[in-house]
Write a protein that binds this ligand. Sequence first.
Ligand code: FAD
Length: 489
Amino acid sequence: MVKRVVIAGGGTAGWIAAAALVKQLGPLIDITLVESDEIGTVGVGESTIPTTRTFHNLLGIYEQAFLRATTSTFKLGIEFENWNRIGDKYFHAFGTVGKSVWMADFQHFWLEGRRQGFGGDYGDYSLEQQAGNAGKFATAEGSKISYAYHLDASAYAKFLRGLAEPAGVKRIEGKISRVLQNAETGFVEALELESGSRIEGDLFIDCTGFRALLIEQTLKTGFVDWSEWLSTNAAVVVQTESTGPAMPYTRAIAHEAGWRWRIPLQHRVGNGLVYCNEFMSDDEARAKLLADVDGKPLFDPRLLRFKAGTRQQAWNKNVIAMGLSSGFIEPLESTSIHLIKIAVSRLIQAFPFGGISDATVTRFNAESRKEMEHIRDFIILHYKLTERDDSPFWRRCRDMHIPDSLAQRIALFRDNAAAYQGPDEMFRIDSWIMVMLGQGIEPASYHQAARMMDPAQLRQALSDLKSGIAAELSRLPPHQQFVEHYSAG
Ligand code: FAD
């Protein structure tokens, strides 16, 4: 029987896991969470993707309360600067672009329109991109706009704790000094704290961050290293004062050895400079970040190190790793918090009430790995498809060999403008296309469905789509104004 769940760690991962488990399975299990104020949390992770909203709905989170507690703003996508060439810009927006028919997706119609001279830009058919560029946003019951949030990571963990504790999660403050295993099976039996107390459990969720105290330090599960493709391995982060209205998108600005993010919250801006320390020293990164941010820093920059990759098994014996302990893919597309939510949702669906079986573990691990590989490929795409040759870092990215799974996707689009979303894959066709176009691919050919249309009819169809977006846009208020009004409500 599995009834006692122990969560080690109380960062974003620990409290997401706790809140979701107690909300969904509360009456059936006992949940204890141990965290150490002395160790603290990683304290970054502020840009999210739209699946966050699905997860919040599952937890019954009231959006306005969440916005107030986490000083969140809305996010419609990411603006990429200098990725393909210095001076280039493109937007990876949430939501759907244009309108597809079963035979051919929208990009084929757009490409034909462009050939005939009236297609415009692909992003002209994305409400989210147009609203992002205009700095506009609103949401209401039934609204079609797809969005996520920029949030304060520490406040978010506190907010989730505020939901989880009253619902029955027992929190213990203390430092875990030993992980006690069964001598025969190697299963974890208890966590021993520095105070000497013991917390026994049937199932342990390792949310101890990069320390990976249970899954790696104790069980030696192993790590699959992806740094040959994703070579950034450090970040310096700093928060700054706001200098203007918050825009509803994250900025990802490439530099000679990586990139920099800018995430606007209601009360401040989160900034970080991600780099590969083979090509940029920590001091250089710190100085570059401080030179490039546009508000007054609120503290000295902090340095974080990481390595791209994933655990050999997310679930090993009776330990499941969630969050940074399970692996890390750099934050370019803000996917880590999503991965925590998916992992806990998967656990809830496959909860091993009757005992841990190999079949359950194998399936859980296969799904986790597939998902990580999917995200990995999507991130590599941004680096591989560059024309930059101004630095050794970019030359290496451009020339690297990439996984076959990604090479095949690129070839499909390059040859025939085709893209796909496989079962259970998170990034939709529109995402792949926006990034592939943004990174400079010009498809050699495309589906000819649009040639069966009268040119005037195609022109009208594309123009109607743009007018529909323009009409919606005209009804949207400035994002900053909406956030202030809505989160006060
Ligand atoms: P942590 O926050 O490190 O928490 C670990 C917990 O374990 C803490 O509570 C700590 O006290 C506890 N602990 C550790 N050891 C012990 C012990 N011995 N005893 C007791 N307690 C212990 N994700 C996104 O989705 N979007 C982003 O924009 C984004 N940006 C990022 C930028 C960077 C540079 C990095 C490194 C990550 C980013 N992430 C992002 C990832 C995101 O920060 C994490 O996924 C998220 O914060 C979860 O972290 P965690 O809870 O796993 O680990």
